[in-house]
Design a protein around this ligand. Structure first.
Ligand code: C2E
Ligand code: C2E
Ligand code: C2E
Length: 89
């Protein structure tokens, strides 16, 4: 096991996401809304997503998973702890 503890989850801050301009965050917002709809999970302030979904989002944004993670941290949508979730890719 890692000395830093278990791999953290990728947790999207939905309130922050809703504040961002559509040009930037539109694709992520649609993706998150699709997951919420598939789960029937509509009332959360946050949404835990799969590592696989970050890979898919990276393709959509034409970035590496690491680059997209840095961008989402800059936007305030992911916690800096998320870096450790993506280092294991
Ligand atoms: P599925 O992938 O066949 O998963 C069926 C059910 O298994 C899910 O129902 C959930 O209860 C459980 N499950 C699967 N993987 C996980 C996991 O990593 N953690 C937890 N806590 N439970 C898990 P649920 O939530 O109603 O989702 C229904 C379907 O919606 C899923 O079927 C999948 O096709 C889609 N879905 C839901 N959330 C996600 C997501 O975050 N990413 C993707 N790619 N698909 C999702
Ligand atoms: P946690 O994973 O640290 O999540 C803390 C709280 O963040 C959750 O409290 C919930 O209010 C919110 N949260 C995190 N991810 C989501 C999400 O995808 N959708 C929504 N609507 N809210 C989310 P909650 O529900 O009382 O859960 C407390 C703890 O119970 C969680 O801490 C986790 O350790 C465990 N837990 C809850 N649901 C699951 C699950 O589906 N799978 C696993 N493995 N653990 C779960
Ligand atoms: P979690 O529920 O704590 O699950 C942690 C990891 O355990 C998942 O990481 C996945 O690798 C594995 N896992 C848990 N349940 C299943 C399952 O039913 N099938 C398979 N094949 N693997 C499973 P992952 O995929 O990165 O997901 C991270 C978090 O995203 C999950 O934490 C959960 O909070 C959320 N999540 C992912 N998929 C679903 C889903 O289909 N439904 C719901 N409600 N939550 C999901």
């Amino acid at each position: 096991p890692s000395p830093l503890g278990p791999t953290p989850k990728l947790v999207i801050d939905l309130e922050r996401l809703a504040q961002l301009p559509k040009e930037k965050a539109g694709a992520l917002a649609r993706y998150a809304a699709t997951i919420q709809s598939q789960r029937g999970d509509y009332n959360g302030k946050v949404l835990s997503i799969r590592q696989e979904d970050l890979r898919s989002l990276a393709v959509i944004y034409d970035k590496s998973p690491t680059e997209l993670t840095e961008e989402l941290i800059t936007w305030g949508v992911l916690d800096p702890e998320a870096r450790r979730a993506v280092d294991s890719f």
